[in-house]
Design a protein around this ligand. Structure first.
Ligand code: CNA
Length: 237
């Protein structure tokens, strides 16, 4: 049986799939990932992107942080693609129990997925660091300089910056879902950002599928590896 047929058969017989994804899930919606050759990390900035989107840089140089964030990290106006839509359909059919994502773009929910664990937060949520008031992403987009609440506090996106820790509850729920999955699909992620990447080790079964255009450090660990673009694969599922 070829790989795609094996994948189809596994999906058909599963009732509890967990999908674990990264930036590669949204590239076909038009949002750049970080590490592809045409990704954000190959562009030139005054500082490396990892530095700019770190907690200490945000504190030290908030003007620069927000300029970069607005221009490069605020994926507004994009639509879900076939991968997001198939995953939402599987959930409705009772085949998929959760999506665990490193993405911050909200596209899984826009496609209709209900149980989505956002390990790195979401650009759609923004809070005043002083009074806690909520602001939508448009507020950040339309602001200039450092976005400020009426109370004077900085409005910070609810995204996990480098050096910041992950939300403990989201992490626990993700581990619980992965540990209870009968099949796990890992896709569109370079599996180099920790602790997120380490979560796949909680999957106890023998149907670990890895779908990614480029090789990853976990290729030998998976039971089935497809080096394809996600649209090619999911349009056949
Ligand atoms: P990454 O390190 O940029 O890796 C993306 C991976 O996806 C690469 O290995 C590519 O080969 C692969 N890929 C890209 N396009 C496709 C495709 N169409 N089909 C199959 N594979 C593809 O991204 P990770 O998610 O692994 O890194 C984690 C970071 C990136 C997280 O913290 C995210 O928050 C962050 N990020 C998120 C978004 C988003 O929300 N859409 C965009 C850019 C970066």
């Amino acid at each position: 049986m070829d790989k795609l047929e094996t994948l189809k058969a596994w999906v058909q017989e599963s009732k509890n799939i967990v999908f674990f994804g990264g930036a590669g899930v949204s590239t076909e919606s038009g949002i750049l990932d970080f590490r592809s050759v045409d990704g954000l990390y190959s562009q030139k900035f005054d500082y490396p992107p990892e530095t700019i989107i770190s907690h200490s840089f945000y504190l030290r140089n908030p003007e620069y942080f927000f300029r970069f964030y607005r221009e490069k990290m605020l994926p507004l106006g994009f639509e879900p693609n076939i991968t997001h839509r198939v995953l939402a359909r599987w959930e409705r059919e009772g085949r998929l129990s959760a999506v665990v994502t490193q993405n911050i773009d909200g596209l899984h929910q826009k496609a209709g997925s209900k149980k989505v664990y956002e390990l790195h937060g979401s650009v759609l949520r923004n809070y005043c660091t002083r009074c806690g008031k909520f602001y939508p992403a448009e507020f950040i987009k339309d602001s200039s300089g450092v976005p400020r609440c009426g109370c004077g506090g900085i409005v910070k996106p609810d995204v996990v910056l480098y050096e910041e820790s992950l939300d403990q509850r989201v992490l626990e729920k993700s581990v619980e879902a992965i540990a209870g999955a009968d099949m796990m699909i890992v896709a569109g992620t370079s599996l180099t950002v920790y602790p997120a990447a380490g979560l796949i080790r909680y999957y106890p079964g023998k149907k670990l599928v890895l779908i990614n255009r480029d090789e990853t450090p976990y290729d030998d660990y998976a039971n089935l590896v497809l080096h394809e673009t996600l649209g090619t694969v999911f349009s056949q599922l």
